[in-house]
Write a new protein. Structure first.
Length: 258
């Protein structure tokens, strides 16, 4: 069934006997993140409707199989107010810092935004090849089926999925690979014992139970860092494709200010 997630790695870094998920709130929106397992961000409520089943990150170093970031080590969580969370994982090889900023809309607007910044640091004295994966499984309007999805850009910078609502997921820099497919095809490959790459296929998709993922490949020098900026925007459907350009422009401007 859709609501059963196969966890390939044991939950790590549980703080205390019953650590609760991180909860972010702002305006008409509520987000929950389980930082101890690959369930990751599993709730995005907008005006009382949950649009998200699972969104999380996987990494691969050289040719070892990719793993979800929670398998790296125990999480360190810092909260800023009610709507910003910074989650960090580290071990002898790598450090991953993830910042999530929730911006809710006014009640009844059915709009909401999550900005994300992901930084991966090489903690070794040798260069290695890094692959970073971002996986999304939206159940828009609280239903798993009936969604359509499409990738945009050459190379791809944005994937959008829609039902009665629409979500735009934009990223800077552009991705190396991407994929749109029915659940649970992508998730199964991320969790198998093999190093896998996304297939650059599946657009346009639907209708169906859509999932999609983005992949970035880079060579990371000793002590070096790789940073991506992402933005996820939920709006009522229909929405013109011009919203994609707006979102990418905002991401690019934020990246230039760093």
């Amino acid at each position: 069934m859709k609501r059963t997630i196969a966890i390939a790695f044991a939950a790590v870094g549980v703080i205390g006997p019953a650590a609760a998920a991180i909860t972010l709130t702002d305006g008409n929106s509520l987000v929950e993140i389980d930082e101890t397992s690959q369930a990751g961000m599993g709730t995005w409520m907008v005006d009382g409707v949950d649009h998200l089943f699972q969104q999380w990150y996987w990494i691969r170093i050289n040719q070892s199989p990719e793993v979800s970031v929670d398998a790296i080590g125990a999480p360190n969580v810092t909260l800023y107010g009610s709507n910003i969370a910074v989650i960090s994982y580290s071990n002898a090889l790598v450090q991953v810092d993830m910042t999530f900023v929730l911006t809710g809309g006014t009640p009844g607007s059915n709009t909401s935004d999550i900005a994300e910044s992901i930084r991966v640091i090489n903690r070794t004295d040798r260069a290695f090849h890094l692959s970073l994966f971002e996986y999304d499984d939206f159940d828009l309007d609280g239903t798993a089926g009936g969604d359509r999805a499409e990738a945009f850009g050459a190379p791809v910078t944005t994937i959008t999925q829609w039902d009665s609502s629409r979500v735009f997921v934009g990223a800077v820099p552009p991705v190396t690979h991407w994929e749109i497919a029915s659940f649970p095809s992508i998730l199964d490959r991320l969790n198998d014992a093999n190093p896998d790459n996304l297939l650059d296929t599946g657009s346009p998709f639907g209708p169906g139970d859509a999932t999609f993922a983005m992949q970035w490949d880079t060579q990371l020098a000793p002590g070096g860092a790789f940073i991506i900026s992402k933005d996820k925007l939920i709006v009522p459907e229909p929405t013109t494709i011009a919203a994609i350009g707006f979102g990418l422009a905002a991401l690019a401007a934020r990246r230039r200010r760093k």
